[in-house]
Design a protein around this ligand. Structure first.
Ligand code: SAH
Length: 219
């Protein structure tokens, strides 16, 4: 953070909220979480002035902070309940994690870049979040010690169905993930049927960075 960080100009946040509603975000909890989260805390200095635009922006380590609409859509699609324990793969800036923390009981989040993890942890501390548990590691493996989860959100694109993560979901749980090879993927929602099977729905096309194996060597 430096002197360039600034609060949202008063017109920008209402404009973003309107854009989300116009695109079909109706979940009041999700809208409230977005409205009360200072996105400029999560964007790099170079892009601070674009923090309230409905667009993805570059962050450190060649990664991105997701577009607020996609963050809202994915959170809404997870149909989180107040008692839900949620696993997130791909902490990145920590923006999506923060939104999840406001609508669920506990969020477990995994990131493969130590630099991003540390920066995100500092932001969670700044915001006083007490229900976020972080881990530096390969999220593709999930978090077996803490499984099963009520909800799982993957914020990096897997080439195929995230089978391993699905095994860490409760029987009636929900997992949302971008799936596909190449720059455009399909955002999929997997809803457990309670008997070990899943109802799979394609929500829309999205562009996410790939889910990569192992941890990054960034130190
Ligand atoms: N939700 C983030 C967006 C992050 S972009 C936000 O709101 O800012 C996707 C993130 O997934 C990147 O930080 C990338 O490093 C991370 N990632 C990719 N593969 C991963 C893996 N196997 N385990 C954990 N994190 C991974």
């Amino acid at each position: 953070m430096n002197g360039k960080a600034k609060a949202a100009p008063s017109t920008d946040l209402p404009r973003l909220m309107q854009a989300l509603r116009d695109q079909g975000i109706t979940d009041l909890q999700v809208l409230a979480a977005i409205e009360t989260t200072p996105r400029d805390l999560f964007t790099p200095d170079l892009f601070k002035d674009r923090s309230w635009e409905d667009s993805a922006l570059p962050i450190a380590c060649g990664q991105t902070i997701s577009q607020p609409y996609i963050v809202s859509l994915m959170t809404q699609a997870l149909t989180i309940e107040p008692r839900s324990r949620v696993l997130e793969i791909g902490t990145g800036s920590g923006y999506q994690t923060t939104i999840l923390s406001k609508v669920s009981r506990l969020v477990y989040t995994i990131e493969r870049y130590r630099t991003l993890m540390k920066e995100a942890e500092a932001r969670f501390a700044t915001l006083g979040l007490t229900n976020v548990i972080t881990k530096f590691g390969d999220g593709g493996e999930g978090w077996a010690e803490q499984a099963p989860f009520d909800r799982i959100m993957v914020t990096a694109a897997a080439e195929d169905d995230p089978k391993r993560l699905l095994t860490q979901l409760k029987p009636n749980g929900v997992l949302v993930a971008p799936v596909g090879k190449g720059p455009v993927q399909s955002l999929r929602r997997y809803a457990g049927d309670g008997k070990g099977g899943f109802k799979v729905e394609a929500l829309c096309d999205v562009r996410f960075v790939p889910l990569l194996d192992g941890v990054a060597r960034d130190q």
